[in-house]
Design a protein around this ligand. Sequence first.
Ligand code: PEP
Ligand code: MG
Length: 557
Amino acid sequence: MATVQRGIGIGGGTVSGPVARMARPPVPPAPRTVPADQLPAEVDAVRAAFTDVAEALQRRADAASGPAAEVLFAQVMMVADPALADRAEALVRGGDDGPRAIDAAFGEFRSALAAAGGLFAERVADLDDLRDRAVAVLLGLPMPGLPEPGHPHVLVAADLAPADTALLDPASVIALVTEQGGPTGHTAILARGLGIPAVVGCAGAEALTDGRLVLVDADAGTVEADPTPEAVTEAAERAARRRRRAAELTGPGRTADGHPVKLLVNLGAPHELSAAAAADSEGVGLFRTEFLFLERTEAPSVAEQTDAYARVFAAFAGRRVVVRTLDAGADKPLPFATATDEQNPALGVRGLRTATRDPELLEDQLHALALAADGASAEVWVMAPMVSLPGEAATFADRVRAHGLATAGAMVEVPAAALRAGELAEACDFLSIGTNDLSQYAFAADRTLASLAGLLDPWQPALLDLVQLTAAAGTRGGRPVGVCGEAAADPAMALVLTGLGVTSLSAAPAALPEVRAALAAHTLADCQALAEAARTAPDASTARARVADALPEARLP
Ligand code: PEP
Ligand code: MG
């Protein structure tokens, strides 16, 4: 009989396929003493574990390309290093059992790498991953990390680590289901970026067994195990209809009566660049520059940054690129820019506040941006994350302009910024609402917690009030106000945001066709009526239902 599990749907669409689970890291058993006569067998088993891991990763590296292949080849080299196996053997002969010897051998290499600093220290997470794999093989458990069943599958995991994301292949992962994660966490952002339907925060998902057929409905946020053949066929037909309808429309975003709403893409990683540039959009509404800085022990040089920015500007020649300066801290910690002694990192020195403590970081980034923008035909706008005060926006705008960059903006992610959006807009050239953090701070709800998803729901009327305040201030001051949080990817919400006065929507490339289609089917007055209905609702579910009720099925893709 079909069973249905519920979570938070991300990205829309319905797909069915067999489950492939991502195993958790093994928990090593209690230490044991290896009898002398079993030492040779223990040593052989440890060496075989290293070989098995190297071979498994080599197979994946051979099948991969680009950055994924590079990461995998580097891992093969590390686990196949004879010094590692020799050290583990010595530890077994010295009295450790196999799992402890592997753990200790990796531990020594880890310390050496960390002490070396620079690029070497960035690889310590890879060593931890290799250790977990080798221990799992030795214990006869499934290898942790992304599964490779050899066919398209629905990936089921507790959650995805950012390091897994470079290796995720959208050609074989047709849907993603995770136990943890909220609507605006990194896994949701990743799934949207790759255009993979997902259900996150789905309690009990890990109980699904490998190979079991599931129907993942990202619109409803459900995962149905053992669906009927009719349900599978119906979902496939619905998805095809939806794709056809959305693909019929191209060009700039407009309501049915011609009111323009710029449709822009969010860009968060180098591997997203070609798909983002190929998407039918007017440019980038949020270029998350953190990817250049992540998993490093020191900031990238100006030359390296200039090169990376220039690539993006070239890919978007003639279009707008809104670059967000470094947003370090809280859910995006960086060893060299984030304090480790804060009790509440989300309320600590993050985003633009980092630049107050470490002005060089921002100066170098603006310098690199100016060098990359020089001679590029992209229209480069630069904005700061986590702005709280109009004065901060003014100082930031001064610094941006001092580098010869003409257009400076502020993100509205803190309720105080929304409440004072008029002064904020006066202090700079444009505003961009980050609904992910604005929800987190308006509702005092950690955006990474699945259990608080209800508070983080973008349909919360109080959040819509803050969006309206900001958009109205922009209209009064003649400043564009965009939305670049995950809310902009939902076609029904896109209508509401347009009705609230937002002038651009920035989302994952895969989300844009349906947003474009929804806008084209409604006039600005329709959007305003829907916005009012949602904003004045007593709660999020009523707001969502009011808009859903007002939209005849045929008018939404
Ligand atoms: C946001 O907070 O809505 C946003 C777009 O920024 P990020 O998700 O990168 O924090
Ligand atoms: Mg944010």
